[in-house]
Design a protein around this ligand. Structure first.
Ligand code: 5GP
Ligand code: ZN
Length: 113
């Protein structure tokens, strides 16, 4: 399987890691859309939100709680932050390994593009 985020998780590919534990890895997005733009990924390969099942509930809880913790430890995000999951091509998903975008450090607009 040729998955760039699996390669980042295995350290076969370099990334700028901001947090790691046995279940998840958080690293800086290579093409940041905001002053803070981290990607939080499960170490287990899950292609997308659509491919999650109740079997993955622990991982999903971990992704969100760790995103919150990382945000709380990032001074630029004191005023707020956005968590995004693009699910499927039509929603803009480009990498088919589940990931949470943690964005902030600037005023965000709504609705998203
Ligand atoms: P998606 O569009 O699938 O929701 O988001 C994929 C994200 O992964 C994009 O924001 C893109 O910039 C980021 N990305 C793609 N390839 C790499 C890479 O090799 N390293 C890092 N750090 N980010 C990547
Ligand atoms: Zn993967």
């Amino acid at each position: 399987m040729d998955c760039i985020f699996c390669k980042i998780v295995s350290k076969e590919m370099k990334s700028d890691i901001v947090y790691e534990n046995d279940m998840i890895l958080a690293f800086k997005d290579i093409n940041p859309q905001a002053p803070v733009h981290h990607l939080i990924v499960p170490k287990k390969h899950i292609s997308s939100m659509s491919d999650c099942s109740s079997e993955d509930s622990e991982i999903i809880i971990e992704l969100f709680l760790r995103a919150k913790e990382i945000a709380e430890n990032t001074p630029e995000l004191e005023g707020g932050y956005r968590l995004v999951i693009n699910n499927g091509k039509e929603a803009g998903q480009e990498v088919f390994h589940l990931h949470l975008h943690l964005l902030g450090g600037r005023r965000m607009s709504w609705p998203p593009g």
